[in-house]
Design a protein around this ligand. Structure first.
Ligand code: PHE
Length: 342
């Protein structure tokens, strides 16, 4: 009868495997309940196996009985565990509502002004200009005196200056960087100096008390106004496209002689005349000119030997043209709805 006992145990093993695999495939409570009924209800498969006991000898019965009870416990705990597992999964799933719109990513980006500054730096680097920097807190000497703007000179009125204690000030333009570089280096020089400047202007659509300028300077033997025009023209076309023209109008700056203000073809109307260019077809960019011999004297360059040109550039103005923005204040309000567009 020993073989009968073993056969019964084998049958239970098969049942066990079958039960576990069916339970494993369950995905909801309904399925678990069905498995429970199939194996554990009164007429279920496991109670059915208790009939095997009757076929066994009294010696073999306890072993099979034990095995049947072990299996019953195993089935019961497995069902409970599976139920818990499904409940947990449901709870977790309910926290993730796949019908909700996804969270938006806000990847960090460069401010539009810094993007335009990058464009400017790239264009001039490609033309062989180095990139220099100077301090935002300047002395009166670098911001004015060395640039041929002595005290009480009427040109100082153009610069509504924030004065600081001890003869310092917030630089009103990037031209002082010209002086600092020439003091440190011998010609030939080809540099641009991007940086922030400050003037006591009341904010409006075209004025901000702080703004970015890019200073340009080239000093060598035989540098002429034609070189200046060439460099500005190349810049204008690389920045705004081949159709952009440039024009120079006579002007005055104490540190350049002759001096000019230069304009680009209005990028909004292409030169036909519109509101942005006030019907002229031209947009004012900044000032430029040939370095005044007085400036060379201040830095110890021989004005007989060297000539040079200098130019300024208003970065906000270039950015406003590039992106067709009509109010400079937008750059400084840090409104995400604005900044996200770049
Ligand atoms: N520094 C002048 C300004 O701020 C611009 C300029 C730069 C003019 C260099 C001539 C040469 O208006």
């Amino acid at each position: 009868m020993a073989s009968d006992g073993n056969a019964a145990i084998d049958e239970l093993q098969v049942l066990r495997t079958q039960f576990l695999s069916e339970l494993k495939d369950c995905r909801d409570e309904k399925c678990i309940e069905a498995v429970r009924i199939k194996y554990l209800s009164k007429k279920g498969l496991l109670p059915g196996k208790f009939a095997l006991l009757g076929k066994l000898s009294p010696e073999e019965r306890p072993k099979l009985g034990q095995e049947l009870n072990r299996l019953k416990t195993l089935f019961q705990t497995s069902l409970k565990e599976k139920l818990k597992q499904i409940e947990f999964q449901k709870a977790r799933a309910s926290k993730i509502d796949i019908t909700l719109p996804g969270d938006r990513d806000y990847p960090g980006k460069k401010h539009p002004l810094l993007q335009v500054l990058d464009d400017i730096k790239k264009i001039f680097s490609e033309m062989g200009f180095s990139i220099e920097e100077g301090p935002e807190v300047e002395s009166d000497y670098y911001n004015f005196e060395a640039l041929n703007i002595p005290k009480d000179h009427p040109a100082r009125d153009m610069h509504d200056t924030f004065y600081l204690p001890g003869g310092y000030l917030l630089r009103t333009h990037t031209s002082p960087v010209q002086i600092r570089v020439m003091e440190q280096q011998k010609p030939p020089i080809r540099m641009i100096a991007p940086g922030r400047c400050f003037r006591k202007d009341t904010p409006d659509a075209s004025h901000s008390p702080f703004f970015y300028q890019v200073e340009g300077l080239a000093v060598d033997q035989n540098i002429s106004f034609a070189d200046l025009k060439g460099v500005i023209a190349v810049f204008a076309r690389k920045m705004f496209g081949r159709d952009v023209n440039i024009r120079f109008r006579p002007s005055f700056f104490p540190f350049t002689e002759p001096s000019a203000e230069y304009d680009f073809t209005c990028v909004i109307c292409g030169g036909k005349g519109c509101r942005t260019c006030k019907g002229t077809g031209w947009l004012e960019i900044s000032g430029a000119g040939m370095v005044d011999p007085e400036v060379f004297k201040a830095v110890g360059y021989d004005p007989e030997r060297y000539t040079g040109y200098a130019f300024g550039m208003g970065v906000e103005r270039l950015a406003m043209l590039k992106y067709q923005i009509d109010d400079i204040r937008l750059f400084y309000e840090n409104d995400l709805r604005f900044l996200e567009q770049f």
